[in-house]
Ligand binder design. Structure first.
Ligand SMILES: O=P(O)(O)OC[C@H]1O[C@](O)(COP(=O)(O)O)[C@@H](O)[C@@H]1O
Ligand SMILES: [Mg+2]
Ligand SMILES: [Mg+2]
Length: 328
């Protein structure tokens, strides 16, 4: 069987439809930027700026900014400058970056996800969300970026790990592409991925247990009680601390990821950002048969009020996500 490249897959989907062609061109440019970022990451400590914190600067979300966060954003701005993208919202920029005034789409990105893992040689990645843009409908770019996740035409993430992979959906299932160094192309590796509906594996930063709401504490307690507890089965725990890597594991063998709100200062709505972390991950998750919630609401239905808004996030195997929601 012949291999399907990302470009062939996108061309086939886009046909002659102008909006789809704009989306396809955007995904191609994102993948191109991803390859450049992956190469930089792969140099590890040989790269001059590897793992360095950038002065005392914090990004728009108040997190310490690493040199590589900013370099990754620059790669994305350069690449998307060659696509029909009107505005780019990024974790690393307070306000949207204007690109092509004639652009048909707006894009939101987490340029480098898992920044705390940069210098530990653990998988990190890039997350993206693509929304339709119409100047007449959205004279203010922020309004276009504040559409709910259901409006996404395409979304996904890249993981820079042992393999560079692209997990993405164009609204008809979720596909996994793997970068092939021999041909310098992304090759379709898994079509219409299905996340198993049930699981015995969860991921959460358990060091925050004392800060959690009672519902989160009860759910984890019940998992820890194992076979003899109310869940009647033994659970396993995994936490990479890079959303992209934890998500890729869930796309591979199922599981659930939780970053709930907690009582620490600034964490009432958890840590993750709605438009460039939760929404794209929720989109590819639902397209793979999984579910994503903030505990009480479907993530994709939430209407964002701010570009850097945070949201509690629970996603993964559908039945387990529903179970968790029942605790809230
Ligand atoms: O360090 P914590 O609190 O466990 O948070 C880990 C989470 O934070 C994140 O690193 C946030 O992303 P950034 O690295 O883009 O800020 C997620 O990837 C990860 O799941
Ligand atoms: Mg992130
Ligand atoms: Mg980031």
């Amino acid at each position: 069987m012949s291999e399907v490249t990302l470009q062939a897959f996108l061309d086939d989907w886009a046909g002659a439809d102008p909006l789809r062609c704009a989306v396809a061109a955007t995904v191609e440019r994102l993948a191109e930027a991803g390859v450049a970022i992956a190469e930089m990451v792969a140099r590890g400590p040989l790269a001059e700026d590897f793992g360095k914190v950038r002065g005392d600067e914090a990004n728009a979300g108040g997190d310490a900014q690493k040199e590589l966060d900013v370099i990754a954003e620059e790669e994305l701005v350069d690449a998307l400058g060659k696509a029909p993208v009107a505005f780019l919202a990024s974790e690393e920029s307070e306000t949207p970056i204007p690109l092509d005034p004639q652009g048909r789409v707006v894009v939101a990105v987490d340029p480098l996800d898992g920044s705390s893992n940069i210098d530990t040689n653990v998988s990190i990645g890039t997350i993206f969300s693509i929304l339709p843009y119409d100047l007449e409908q959205h004279p203010d770019p922020s309004a276009a970026l504040l559409q709910p996740g259901t409006a996404q035409i395409a979304a996904g993430f890249l993981v820079y790990g042992p393999a560079t992979v692209l997990v993405s959906s164009l609204g008809d299932g979720t596909q996994v592409f793997v970068f092939d160094h021999d041909t310098a192309t992304f090759i379709l590796a898994r079509e219409k991925v299905e996340i198993p509906a049930t699981t015995k594996e969860y991921g959460i930063n358990q060091s925050n247990v004392r800060h959690w709401a009672p519902a989160t504490q009860r759910y984890i307690e019940d998992c820890l009680a194992g076979k003899d507890g109310p869940r009647g089965k033994d659970f396993n725990m995994r936490w990479v601390g890079s959303l992209v890597a934890d998500a890729f594991r869930i796309f591979t063998r199922g599981g659930v990821y939780l970053y709930p709100g907690d009582s620490r200062k600034g964490y009432a709505e958890g840590r993750l950002r709605l438009i460039y972390e939760a929404n794209p991950v929720a989109f590819v998750t639902e397209q793979a048969g999984g579910a994503a919630t903030d505990g009480t609401r479907r993530i994709l239905d939430i209407v964002p009020s701010q570009i850097h808004q945070r949201i509690p996030l629970v996603f993964g195997s559908r039945e387990e996500v529903e179970k968790i929601a029942s605790y809230y």
